[in-house]
Design a protein around this ligand. Structure first.
Ligand code: 6GU
Length: 242
């Protein structure tokens, strides 16, 4: 799976996404992550990529031309790479990170994990000229109801969530399945050594070696925790039990 990020801050996303598990996954070529600097595509001789908004108002807007040319360069590179392969690939989905988009969730992560190429468009300043968005964007996505200074962190969040679903990225094939949000339940509490820490004991059942009992206890804990912390998810889960 190949992630392409259109951004004015390539070092920010490259540094962040080549750390820890995703760094390893990139090294092993389960995924690739490429940041394209939109500024490299401006035709302005001073390297300018933003300008004032028509109609007035605060702040600067990213202009259409450099964004469009950066996008086209990425699409061209994807086409060249897949040339010679028997199937003609559909044009890749282009995800624009914006607080106005639909809110990202695990189901969308699963859907996007099936793609071979994804393009993330990160805006900065007050946003991007509407005309280029109309031309290239297929998905408008937000990561939650709060405002950030740019789309880079949201793109990193989405890429992390999607990449961990790509086969091979997590060593333990199970853990992508057993974690929170699969079956609408939160994860149960977990413990490691020592058995007693600050007078707190690991629940005895976990030391019993009885796997059926352990599974039962974990499910109970998951249900309990979901009911308390995420009543919305709990209701969804309960409805599905019937
Ligand atoms: Cl996707 N972008 C920005 N700029 N702010 C956000 C967001 C995205 N999601 C929540 N806040």
């Amino acid at each position: 799976m190949n992630f392409h990020i259109l951004t004015l801050f390539p070092e920010m996303v490259m540094q962040g996404l080549h750390t820890s598990i995703l760094g390893k996954a990139a090294e092993k070529e389960y995924i690739s992550i490429e940041a394209v600097n939109i500024r490299d595509y401006t035709t302005d001789k001073h390297g300018k990529v933003d300008d004032y908004t028509y109609g007035g108002g605060a702040g600067m807007l990213m202009q259409a031309q450099p964004v469009y040319d950066a996008y086209q360069a990425v699409v061209r590179a994807i086409r060249e790479k897949s040339a010679g392969s028997a199937t003609v690939a559909n044009p890749p989905r282009v995800i624009y990170m914006t607080p106005q988009g639909r809110v990202f969730h695990q189901e969308l992560a699963k859907e996007l994990a099936k793609e071979t190429d994804l393009i993330f468009l990160c805006g900065h300043y007050e946003g991007i000229d509407e005309r280029v968005l109309e031309e290239i964007v297929t998905d408008y996505v937000s990561i939650g109801d709060y405002v950030l200074t740019g789309g880079e962190l949201p793109a990193m969040v989405m890429i992390d969530a999607i990449a961990r679903l790509v086969p091979g990225v997590l060593h333990n094939g199970d853990s992508a399945l057993s974690e929170s949000f699969h079956n609408d339940l939160l994860e149960y509490p977990q413990y490691s050594r020592p058995e007693i820490w600050r007078d707190k004991r690991v629940p005895a059942i976990l030391l019993s070696g009885n796997h059926a009992k352990v599974d039962e206890w974990r499910l109970e804990q998951s249900i309990e925790r979901t009911k308390k912390w995420r009543p919305d998810l709990y209701e969804k889960w309960k409805a599905r039990q019937k």
